[in-house]
Ligand binder design. Structure first.
Ligand code: SF4
Length: 273
């Protein structure tokens, strides 16, 4: 049986390095340079390969190593633009990336028994999203992704609530500022960490089984020996931006990042203004 997530994984060989051209970068801990939107990164080679791919982290381009287009790049180049990359890619790539991210979450939700109560709605909105990704440049550029995201989010929240119902004394950290928090060995089973700021948090040996991590910011959070088995809506880019090790347990769909043998530097909380 084919993997429904396959088309939602980046296939850079079928793209035209849209993520190195379309978005703007601001010089920061994630990017070594400023780059205006719609301009080629100076490290990009003529054949769409990155000229510093093997040393991205050392050169200050960590943001590139954790970016995930969810397969939007190849969809824009091969389907929307019919295999002929053009400047019009910039008009649709951001929206396409958002649509593909929603498809990822919808596809994951549909794998869960907790989705049974809203399965028909999930299937309908996934079909609607699929149709949107097949539109023309003008159709995609006009598409109201924000409204769709709100509807998808409402459904995902229902699935999450049912999926986590079996966990007693689950914590609600939705949108919480947990920047640098010490949550080592914390019992976070079934917790809601939706959109929580966990940048640089200590989650060593934390129990995150069944926790909802949609949109949680895990940059440089320490997941060493943490258990994220069955964590909901955790995507690869979140894990790639965190620290961890061979003892970190992840959901099946998420792989151990190669850099977990050499930890990322710890982030410091920015001073408030
Ligand atoms: S540094 Fe490499 S991966 Fe990052 S935007 Fe530039 S060319 Fe792309």
């Amino acid at each position: 049986m084919s993997d429904p997530f396959d088309r939602l994984r980046a296939d850079c060989g079928r793209c035209a390095a849209l993520c190195c051209v379309v978005p703007a970068f601001a010089a920061s801990a994630d990017f070594a340079i400023d780059k205006p939107a719609g301009t080629r990164c100076p490290n990009l080679l003529a054949d769409h390969r990155c000229g510093v791919h093997d040393t991205l982290r050392d050169r200050g381009f960590t943001g590139c190593t954790v970016y995930d287009c969810f397969g939007a790049g190849q969809q824009v180049v091969q389907v929307t633009l019919g295999g002929e990359p053009s400047a019009r890619a910039a008009e649709v790539f951001p929206a396409m990336r958002d649509l593909h991210e929603l498809l990822w979450y919808l596809t994951e939700a549909l794998t869960l028994a907790a989705a049974d109560g809203v399965r028909a709605d999930l299937l309908a909105v996934r079909q609607e999203t699929e149709l949107a990704t097949a539109g023309t440049v003008d159709e995609i550029a006009r598409f109201d992704v924000r409204a769709l995201r709100e509807r998808v989010n409402a459904l995902l929240l229902k699935v999450s609530t049912v999926a986590r119902a079996g966990f007693k004394r689950k914590k609600d950290y939705r949108g919480a500022d947990l920047f640098g928090a010490d949550l080592g060995k914390a019992d976070l089973r079934g917790a809601s960490l939706r959109g929580a700021y966990l940048i640089g948090a200590n989650l060593r040996a934390a129990d995150l089984r069944g926790a909802d991590l949609i949109g949680a910011d895990l940059r440089t959070a320490d997941l060493t020996d943490a258990d994220l088995t069955g964590a909901l809506f955790l995507v690869q880019s979140q894990v790639d931006s965190a620290r961890g090790g061979p003892g970190t347990r992840l959901p099946d769909r998420v792989r151990h990042p190669a850099h977990w043998t050499s930890p990322l530097p710890v982030r410091r909380k920015p001073r408030s203004r």
